[in-house]
Design a protein around this ligand. Structure first.
Ligand code: IMP
Ligand code: MG
Length: 183
């Protein structure tokens, strides 16, 4: 697997530092007002955000719940989005809750747009978004994330949860793959 890697874009220690800093910022912004017991519900977009979610929540000293939402847009060996689709049932207990959407990467913005639309139907008390990575590309309808970890060039990346054809999610760094692997 490691001989498939072209280049390490962001290494594990840089990721760990940035996830800690992101969590501190989120915890500060989303902490309930003193004397109240408001909790936060993280809606994690499967499967790419699974590693980020696991690290992020352990740095969030808040009362929180985790919900999962599966969206797929890259069937098989595609490296261009084929349009996102929600698979299975979205979480149904978000009304009146403070929701934070967690995703791996913001590219065209179609996925985040679809996820936010799906969640808004349930009238959450508030809705914020957090992505680990965002690509430097024009965004559908100008959608941006409230929180992001790193801005990256428009390259296809894998590792730390992100996949190519279901593989490489277990690489601890964020990397690009050799051209012949993607072909
Ligand atoms: P968008 O809908 O174009 O913003 O794409 C977002 C989704 O596509 C993310 O949730 C990822 O699952 C996937 N994605 C986008 N770019 C990459 C990439 O470079 N590597 C792996 N997955 C990606
Ligand atoms: Mg995704």
């Amino acid at each position: 697997m490691h001989d498939h890697v072209e280049r390490v874009l962001i290494d594990r220690s840089a990721i760990a530092d940035r996830v800690g800093a992101l969590a501190r910022q989120i915890a500060q912004d989303m902490a309930p007002p003193v004397g109240t017991h408001a909790e936060v519900t993280l809606v994690s977009v499967m499967t790419g955000s699974v590693v980020f979610l696991a690290d992020l929540i352990r740095h969030l000293p808040l009362l929180l719940r985790v919900r999962l939402l599966t969206v797929s847009s890259y069937p098989g060996k595609a490296t261009q989005s084929q349009g996102p689709r929600v698979e299975g049932l979205p979480p149904e207990d978000l009304a009146g809750h403070h929701v934070l959407v967690v995703d791996d990467i913001l590219d065209s913005g179609k996925t985040l747009e679809l996820v936010c639309q799906t969640i808004r139907r349930q009238n959450p008390a508030s809705l914020r978004t957090c992505v680990l990575l965002k690509k430097q590309v024009p965004r559908q309808g100008g959608i941006e994330a409230d929180y992001f970890g790193f801005e990256i060039p428009d390259d296809f990346v894998v590792g730390y949860g992100l996949d190519f054809d279901g593989r490489y999610r277990n690489l601890p760094d964020i990397v690009t793959l050799k051209r012949q692997v993607l072909a």
